[in-house]
Ligand binder design. Structure first.
Ligand SMILES: [Zn+2]
Ligand SMILES: [Zn+2]
Length: 174
């Protein structure tokens, strides 16, 4: 498709692709040494809050002073409590709480599948759908989400998200 300047335009992304691309952008603010995660809470296609994994506001980050989980070589998915950082999903929920925003009925768009701790919080905050790009092996999380009726969907096409991010160039000149 061509616009008036003859420039080729990418088709508009769908909502899921659009919000996952925003979750990818949120992940660029991460201060975790191991994995960069971003999340966006959405209700009726409107953004309620965003988050990325990192330490609480006003505290030093793992990127500044190192991370004990990293130093001890703790495997993925274990002993989250000894890291200073909290997960993107937690931080997004906390951001909603900060501004007094209900997330009841929301969809969470995240770069990674929520772990069991985040899964529990999302269920009780009233999140009803999770869409993510990368699976994360946490059987308890899957079991709990399924049992609670929180619909979980993997977005199968990482290339589409990359394409959306690459095409994010506002039209130059007149
Ligand atoms: Zn850490
Ligand atoms: Zn988590």
């Amino acid at each position: 498709m061509n616009n008036t300047t003859g420039e080729t335009r990418r088709p508009r992304p769908g909502w899921d692709g659009y919000f996952l691309a925003l979750a990818m952008v949120a992940s660029t603010r991460s201060t975790c040494l191991r994995r960069r995660v971003g999340a966006v809470l959405v209700l009726e296609n409107r953004i309620l809050a965003t988050g990325y994994n990192g330490s609480p506001a006003g505290t030093r980050h793992c990127t500044d002073i190192g991370c004990l989980r990293q130093e001890l070589g703790i495997p993925s998915g274990e002993r989250h409590e000894i890291c200073r950082g909290s997960h993107a999903e937690m931080n997004a929920l906390a951001q909603a709480a900060f501004s007094g925003t209900s997330v009841r009925g929301c969809t969470i768009y995240s770069t990674h599948e929520p772990c069991s701790i985040c899964g529990k919080l999302l269920i009780n905050a009233g999140c009803t759908r999770a869409v993510y790009l990368y699976p994360y092996p946490d059987d308890l999380s899957r079991e709990l989400r399924e049992e609670a009726g929180l619909i979980s969907e993997i977005f199968g096409d990482e290339g589409e998200i990359r394409g959306i991010l690459e095409s994010a160039t506002p039209q130059a000149g007149s």
